[in-house]
Write a protein that binds this ligand. Structure first.
Ligand code: SF4
Length: 365
């Protein structure tokens, strides 16, 4: 039976009247989605989700910090910024061999994508050479590759792509209007330009934002509007809940109502129907019910594993138990010849690996 609009619903709940892959959502339309009765919003998000994905599959990524701390940027939420004293040490770029060994371990644990993050404003030439080699060696293991290295120009993006980089993460963080309250050392336009350069180089885009930084509801809608304007939509959309790290200017930020966070996930799902919406940083602070609602709202990607860096993830066993309770399973890669083996390995790993420090969750540069 087709969906019936709620009597007071300001937005058409029937999906038939509009194409679902759009880039021209107005702020008012997005705010109207946020304002839907909660049940109607969740229902519509589920409709969209089920039209494009296995509703019980969740893509699982692993992430390794290849260079931690002392970042010259001043992102007010980030413990890696050199502007704040969070007790995080400055580390050098990891050696290629160590990264490749970690990637091998991740593959053995069942991961299909390996994400590498460096706390840089942008990569220097000598660093770029090294990370390109990392990419090609990790790729040679048969893993998908993803990096977050700060801003990149077209030439750098093309070289990374040629080295075998599949995804590049660069978050928009918040709305254009609120951005200046959070970061002053680079502009919103800088971020959009990096995303454009990544696309021009032929790579897939991972881009999202952080909620709970004191932004207004309209800022959350405006952030999603910026993401939905990207053509094509980012393949991966991490929606982070702020992790209030002592020592950062955001340590005493007011808590965001978890239901507002769930609404944002649901709206992201409706706006970007074919994207993976990632329940990202802040998951450790969420109870099972909130996480379950996030999956119901259309989140279908997580980082799994333990804390390596600065923001924790729930213990692997807790993830496993939650997957079991909810009847979820790790998403299989369409292009992977040994998907069943990979899924089985991943499920086994989630059972067995409870204390592996190589995995962490980051908000992304
Ligand atoms: S979010 Fe990224 S760019 Fe900003 S301070 Fe942290 S590591 Fe640097």
């Amino acid at each position: 039976m087709p969906a019936q609009p709620h009597d007071n619903a300001p937005v058409d709940l029937t999906l038939a009247s509009r194409p679902d892959l759009r880039h021209d959502w107005s702020l008012e339309e997005i705010e109207a989605l946020f304002a839907l009765p909660f049940n109607d919003l969740m229902f519509r998000a589920q409709q969209v989700h089920r039209a494009h994905f296995d509703p019980n599959a969740v893509q699982v990524s692993t992430l390794l910090s290849i260079k931690t701390g002392a970042c010259p940027e001043d992102c007010k939420y980030c413990p890696q910024s050199g502007h704040y004293n969070t007790g995080l040490g400055k580390e050098k770029l990891l050696e290629i061999e160590k990264v490749v060994n970690q990637a091998k371990a991740a593959k053995e644990a069942g991961a299909s994508r390996f994400c590498m993050g460096a706390a840089w404003r942008s990569p220097r030439e000598k660093d770029l050479e090294v990370v390109m080699e990392m990419v090609s060696q990790v790729k040679a293991l048969g893993l998908e590759t993803c990096m977050t290295l700060g801003m990149v120009d077209v030439d750098q993006a093309k070289r990374l792509s040629e080295a075998g980089l599949d995804y590049y993460n660069h978050n928009l963080d918040t709305s254009p209007g609120y951005y200046g309250e959070i970061i002053t050392t680079r502009t919103y336009a800088d971020r959009l330009e990096t995303l454009s350069n990544v696309r021009e180089a032929g790579m897939k885009v991972c881009s999202g934002g952080i909620l709970g930084m004191g932004e207004a509801p309209r800022d959350r809608a405006a952030l999603l509007q910026q993401l939905v304007r990207l053509e094509p939509h980012p393949e991966s959309v991490p929606i982070n809940m702020l992790v209030k790290v002592p020592g950062t200017p955001m340590e005493n930020a007011e808590d965001l109502d978890p239901l507002e966070f769930i609404r944002a996930i649901a709206v992201a799902r409706i706006l970007m129907p074919k994207s993976h919406v990632r329940l990202s940083a802040g998951r450790e602070q969420m109870d099972e019910s909130t996480q379950a609602m996030a999956f119901l709202a259309g989140a279908n990607s997580i980082f799994y594993g333990d804390t390596l860096l600065t923001t924790g993830n729930p213990q692997v066993e807790r993830d496993r138990a939650l997957f079991d309770k909810l009847g979820l399973h790790p998403e299989q890669r369409e292009t992977c010849a040994d998907d069943e083996k990979t899924e089985a390995a991943l499920e086994a790993a989630m059972r067995e690996r409870q204390d592996d420090a190589m995995f962490y969750d980051a908000t992304g540069a």
